[in-house]
Ligand binder design. Structure first.
Ligand code: ATP
Ligand code: MG
Length: 593
């Protein structure tokens, strides 16, 4: 047994009970079996962390298996992306990389054995006809006229199917179980079908391919999997899973299937078919568009594997399906980034601030710590201060509301890490629009004067020494909580899911920010230096997430109501929520999960 943290969920209970009872000779082998027909998404991440986490905790190991039994939709590009994503999550399969297609020959031998044993037959009807005969929950099925075919005849036909003598759809191999079985899936299910199509690994060697319900239990058994964990939709397939193994054993270990609730997430679609549609329709820039719920997309947005693990821990493993509040994912991401990002200065929508009391030819290099609230972490950089600065347009108001804590005529604010300034007036253009704010500074407000009270602190950069940067403000991809429930999910896309901050400028220290680094732009959010589009000296910043939950405000849920629903309080803020605060919210969320 290892010292990895013990998960606490019903699957861990099952594994522990098996170990106590000495089943499977003390082995714990799980698998993650993606079909290589798209990129992995956050639902897969949950399954990966569950499978690898269980095995790691109980001294076992996990297989990565490509479930490549459908030649038509699968591609090598996906195989590579999936491996990169699993590794990025911190999960290692060691030497245990498998492809279902590696077992095609053995699966075929199992099919022949079933035929010889009188447990399978070749049906020469069309698949449509077979579907009609299957009956329903209320109505038993109808036997195929080919059900009583002699084993020798079926065997001969199976050989001819394999040899390519029959066209697509001419025949299928079916299990001979019971056409009146209460479980419709047990009514002589299809085991093999003809598909004259090239496979990404086996090329044209095969023209018949096994069905999922036949291939999956066999793959598990061939590989020695002990706990085969899948999502709830497969609950009624379990009976067939057991039938296949019971009629083709003995196996050691004999794999068992267990089901858990698949992840559904608010404001998100998680079907590979729909994600592929978004890519093909160019609604996103690709599978790794930072708005995609794919692992590649989230990685490019700046989300860390640790945040995804925190999220998985937070929501736990359930036995009934429900839609998880996306606020929980965002909470996990904020909590993770809050701990790891240095605080930097960037102005996204600049307005000139002229400090008239400052000499035009003088620049002061202020020494500003990267971790203002945690000086012990050390590190600082120089930030130039001068007469011409830029502030956020939203941080100035000519006629401020009552509780305004930013800049306004006659008011004082501190420029973060710098001096206190006082607004003395504005400059306007011919049309009357404000083009600059005029201010004076208090020379005594740094150093000893640091403690001087002002109503607020705003961020800023030097007007000419700051550098222009591409800043992409990403937001939720969908505007409604359940896009899958819409008649056309494309209509539910959020038109503002990507806004380019025109004219954004960052402090000089960020000019060379390395691709893949993460920053908190003071008072704005967490940003990630895009690894693809950044150039040396010209970084492109992806907003991973805002500091606060802006959607809670937009959907106008009152704080009392949020508390009643035990949702996370918006974490972060310029100072960040203290570790105590985030621990508390975490415990509450866990309790709810
Ligand atoms: P999709 O519906 O997105 O196409 P899939 O189930 O067809 O997904 P697979 O590649 O077959 O995708 O999935 C590989 C593994 O990931 C399976 O074991 C499946 O149970 C698991 N998985 C897929 N989607 C989810 C999800 N939303 N939540 C949890 N596990 C999932
Ligand atoms: Mg699938």
């Amino acid at each position: 047994m290892s010292d990895a943290p013990r998960p606490s969920n019903f699957l861990a209970d099952i594994v522990e009970a098996d170990l106590r009872a000495g089943r499977n000779g003390g082995r714990v082998v799980t698998r993650f079996p993606p079909e290589p027909n798209g990129f992995l998404h956050i639902g897969h991440a949950k399954s990966i962390l569950l499978n690898f986490g269980l095995a790691r905790a109980y001294g076992g190991h996990t297989h990565l298996r490509f479930d490549d039994t459908n030649p038509v939709t699968e591609e090598t590009e996906y195989v590579e992306a999936i491996q990169a994503d699993v590794r990025w999550l911190g999960c290692e399969w060691g030497g245990h990389l498998y492809y279902a297609s590696d077992f095609f020959e053995r699966m075929y031998a199992c099919a022949e054995r079933l035929v010889r044993d009188g447990k399978a037959y070749v049906d020469s009807q069309t698949q449509d006809r077979i579907r009609e005969q299957r009956g329903s929950f209320e109505r038993p099925g109808v036997n195929s006229p080919f059900r009583d075919r002699l084993a020798a005849e079926s065997l001969d036909l199976l050989h001819r199917m394999r040899a390519g003598e029959l066209p697509d759809g001419a025949a299928v191999l079916r299990a001979r179980i019971d056409m009146a079985h209460p479980n419709v899936l047990m009514r002589d299910p299809l085991l093999y079908r003809i598909r004259h199509a090239s496979h990404h690994r086996t090329g044209d060697r095969w023209c018949i391919y096994p069905m999922y319900d036949f291939a999956h239990p066999l793959e598990d058994a061939f590989e020695g999997v002990t706990h085969s964990i899948c999502t709830l939709e497969f609950e009624s397939n379990r009976e067939l899973y057991d039938w296949v193994l019971d009629n083709l054993g003995p196996w050691d270990p004999r794999p068992r299937q267990y089901e858990f609730a698949r992840l559904s997430l608010g404001y998100t679609v998680l079907s590979k078919r729909k994600l592929l549609h978004l890519v093909n329709e160019r609604r996103v820039s690709g599978w790794d568009d930072p708005r995609m719920p794919t692992i590649a997309g989230m990685r490019r947005r700046g989300v860390t594997p640790e945040a995804l693990r925190d999220f998985a821990d937070l929501i736990g493993v359930a036995k009934n399906n429900s839609v998880v509040d996306i606020g929980k994912l965002e909470f996990a991401i904020r909590g993770d980034l809050e701990r790891r990002t240095p605080r930097a200065l960037a102005v996204l929508n600049p307005l000139r601030l002229v400090v008239e009391s400052w000499p035009a030819d003088r620049t002061e290099e202020l020494d500003v710590p990267w971790w203002p609230a945690e000086p012990a972490r050390g590190g600082s950089r120089k930030v130039p201060f001068g007469r011409e600065l830029l502030i956020e347009r939203d941080d100035f108001s000519e006629e401020p509301p009552k509780d305004w804590k930013r800049l306004a005529p006659g008011r004082e604010v501190r420029l973060a890490g710098g001096y206190v300034v006082r607004c003395e007036g504005v400059e306007r253009d011919a049309s009357g629009a404000i083009t600059a704010v005029r201010a004076t500074h208090d020379p005594a407000s740094r150093g000893e004067g640091e403690r001087r009270k002002v109503s607020g602190t705003i961020h800023w950069v030097h007007a000419t020494r700051s550098v222009p940067a591409e800043v992409r403000l990403y937001d939720r991809l969908f505007a409604v909580e359940q896009p899958d429930a819409e008649p056309d999910f494309l209509q539910a896309l959020n038109p503002d899911s990507l806004v380019l901050a025109k004219g954004a400028r960052v402090e000089p220290a960020l000019a060379d920010a390395a691709p893949g680094t993460r920053w908190q732009f003071l008072r704005q959010g967490y940003f990630f230096v895009d690894p693809v589009d950044s150039l040396p000296g010209a970084p492109a910043f992806n907003r991973t997430i805002t500091l606060k939950d802006t959607w809670a405000a937009r959907t106008a849920v009152k704080p009392e109501a949020r508390r009643a629903r035990r949702e996370p309080a918006p974490a972060g803020g310029a100072e960040g929520a203290g570790p105590g605060a985030s621990r508390k919210a975490r415990a509450e969320l866990r309790a709810e999960a």
